[in-house]
Design a protein around this ligand. Structure first.
Ligand code: O7M
Length: 211
């Protein structure tokens, strides 16, 4: 039904490689963000990419267009196959990420609504819907939408057509995989897998939901 994206939010290279190798058969992609890159260096991306698992760069890129281009070009040169951007800097900034991604044969996802309770302070009152319209206008490949609020995933799905939805919040944040998996293209799971005593076994818990 959906891809399983491991959010590899550990901070040490050895742990990251151990967990990634253990889970390689049981996940469809790995999301790497600031915790791991700041802890282990950007070279971790090449090490992980060499395992043959697609890598998603979760840097929530949010700057002026020129800086976004510089960031995304580095992301793809480092071995990532997708990048995640924020929408609030505006369409030209998102277009910069999309163009860099597509130039490198990669994808760009845009955060439409976040999964934690405080997200509703600003991701409310039509903002996620406006972001979905921006995603369509800019040619981005999909959105990030919250597994903690499946009704919101359904509402946003109607606005983005064939574009993909990657959804964090399953596991540690309380999202239910049985409910979320049929609604999305990728479930993002972090602590419930990398924090387990046996990460591979924890990843296999999600096997019934994978396509
Ligand atoms: O399963 P967890 O809660 O341990 O990890 C979830 C991961 O998804 C973690 O890396 C978060 O930073 C990220 N995330 C959210 O949890 N909520 C969001 O709304 C958005 C993200 C995310 O990945 O944004 C791109």
């Amino acid at each position: 039904m959906t891809d399983l994206v491991l959010s590899l939010d550990v901070t040490e290279r050895a742990s990251a490689l151990r967990i990634a190798r253990a889970c390689a058969e049981d996940v469809d992609a790995i999301k790497v963000g600031y915790p791991l890159v700041l802890g282990a260096g950007l070279g971790i991306a090449r090490d992980l990419a060499d395992l043959g698992i697609p890598l998603i760069a979760d840097f929530k890129v949010a700057d002026i267009p020129n800086t976004n281009t510089l960031i995304c070009d580095q992301v793809f040169a480092a071995g990532f196959s997708a990048v995640i951007a924020q929408a609030f800097p505006g369409p030209d900034s998102v277009v910069a990420c999309v163009e860099s991604a597509h130039t490198h044969g990669g994808e760009c996802y845009v955060v439409a609504e976040m999964s934690h309770p405080g997200a509703l302070t600003f991701f409310s009152e039509g903002v996620p819907e406006a972001i979905c319209r921006l995603v369509v206008e800019t040619g981005a490949d999909g959105i990030i939408a919250p597994a903690t609020r499946p009704a919101r995933i359904r509402a946003l799905r109607d606005l983005i057509g064939e574009r993909k939805i990657l959804s964090p919040g399953v596991g540690a944040q309380g999202g239910d995989p049985a409910e979320v998996a049929p609604l999305v293209d990728g479930m993002i799971v972090g602590r419930a897998i990398y924090g387990a005593a046996d990460p591979a076994a924890a990843a296999r818990v999600y096997a019934p939901y994978r396509r």
